[in-house]
Write a protein that binds this ligand. Structure first.
Ligand code: BMA
Length: 375
């Protein structure tokens, strides 16, 4: 791949790579060197320093437009709409743990956790990177993540409050699942963990309406420390507010450099014309802001979720998305899922879809990394 490095962060990325090496040396454990989160961090840092970014797709291996991977496909080769279009898998596989806190066998979108485990192992084995989001239930009401009418839900789960013990049990369920995500040598698989996302908006119970910044920070640090205490040293922690905040808004709930590895953000396009301009303007200015914050805090930056539902613009990949992120210094971006049971809820192309041709051009760009590029 041609290097398109644009000079902004050679120093920063080198600093990250050196810092990561020192961490590994300090740890002094060969096993960790083989398979620690630092390996993935270095992969991501290298992509960013080369002016490239990893392409990600949510739920890519589980279903796509008009297909679902079922029990009978257990031994069949992995499939993905991305692969069906360009012959390669995404570099980053996104999965969601929502529902695991209740001990359910499938997540909120019907993906069996057993299947997810197999996919995570396989994707990692092929050299890919995995990210986990968590659309968990509302611990106060047991409603969905979107049950955001009450306030103080965050306070409810903090130490000394009535929901704390219940919430730790939820975290136990996460820990029990993640601790089993091991490679063939028994090493934990590194995972980008992205809890409590889009908190700068009001749609989730952990959103901006719920609590003070300090409550949010406490919740994040509590989660971090608890999962580390359970042995989950393999997590790469991604912080992802929603697009369109200024620097103060972005940093308002930031739990601190010790608790975050990647500065991300989520942002979608919601229409043509003025809506496209708004998205492009926001993505460009937010990327410039993230670049600055990344340098200041010595963190990698990423577009942790993006997309344009049903991709109404057939040239969206090269003319809008690429236009927005070109030269930004991100290490990855991820588009959302291709629901198999909703007509227009898809964010990636599939064979015959009208943006598939443009996606092939996007795939061929020197900046975009897919699974084969990580092998
Ligand atoms: C949303 C939609 C929902 C889904 C949720 C969690 O953006 O895709 O249908 O349940 O993400 O994956």
């Amino acid at each position: 791949m041609t290097s398109y490095f644009r000079g902004f962060g050679l120093v920063m990325i080198s600093a990250i790579i050196i810092a990561l090496s020192l961490t590994s040396v300090k740890a002094g454990i060969k096993k960790e060197q083989d398979n620690s989160k630092e390996i993935v961090m270095k992969k991501l840092a290298k992509a960013a320093s080369d002016g490239e970014f990893c392409f990600g797709h949510q739920d890519s291996y589980f279903y796509g437009k008009n297909w679902v991977r079922g029990e009978a496909d257990k031994t069949a080769p992995w499939r993905s709409d991305i692969k069906d279009v360009c012959g390669d898998f995404p570099a980053v596989l996104g999965c969601d743990l929502g529902g695991i806190e209740l001990g359910l066998s499938a997540n909120l979108d019907g993906v069996q956790f057993d299947l997810m485990r197999e996919a995570i192992k396989a994707h990692h084995k092929m050299g890919g990177i995995v990210t986990l989001s968590w659309h968990q239930r509302n611990p106060l009401t047991n409603g969905t993540s979107w049950d955001s009418a009450q306030d103080s839900v965050i306070r409810y789960i903090l130490p000394g409050h009535p929901g704390h013990v219940k919430y730790l049990k939820w975290l136990d369920k996460i820990a029990d699942y993640i601790i089993e995500l091991k490679d063939d040598n028994g090493n934990l698989i590194p995972l980008i963990f992205r809890p409590y996302h889009e908190h700068t908006e009001k749609w989730f119970w952990w959103g901006v309406q719920d609590s003070t910044p300090d409550d949010y920070k406490q919740m994040w640090r509590m989660t971090y420390k608890y999962l580390i205490s359970k042995g989950l040293t393999n997590l790469i922690w991604a912080y992802s507010p929603n697009l369109g905040t200024d620097k103060d808004g972005y940093m308002r709930n930031y739990p601190g450099d010790d608790y975050v590895d990647i500065l991300g953000y989520d942002g979608y396009q919601f229409g043509e014309g003025a809506a496209r301009d708004t998205y492009l303007k926001a993505i460009k200015s937010d990327m410039a802001m993230l670049k600055e914050l990344g340098i200041k805090h010595n963190k990698l930056i990423a577009v942790t979720e993006t997309g344009y539902e049903a991709i109404p613009d057939k040239d969206w990949w090269t003319k809008t998305l690429m236009n927005g992120v070109k030269g930004s210094g991100i290490c990855y971006l991820l588009v959302w899922r291709n629901a198999h049971n909703q007509k227009r809820h898809y964010y990636a192309p599939f064979p015959g879809e009208h943006s598939a041709e443009d996606f092939l051009k996007f795939y061929d760009l020197p900046e975009t990394l897919f699974l084969n590029d990580l092998k």
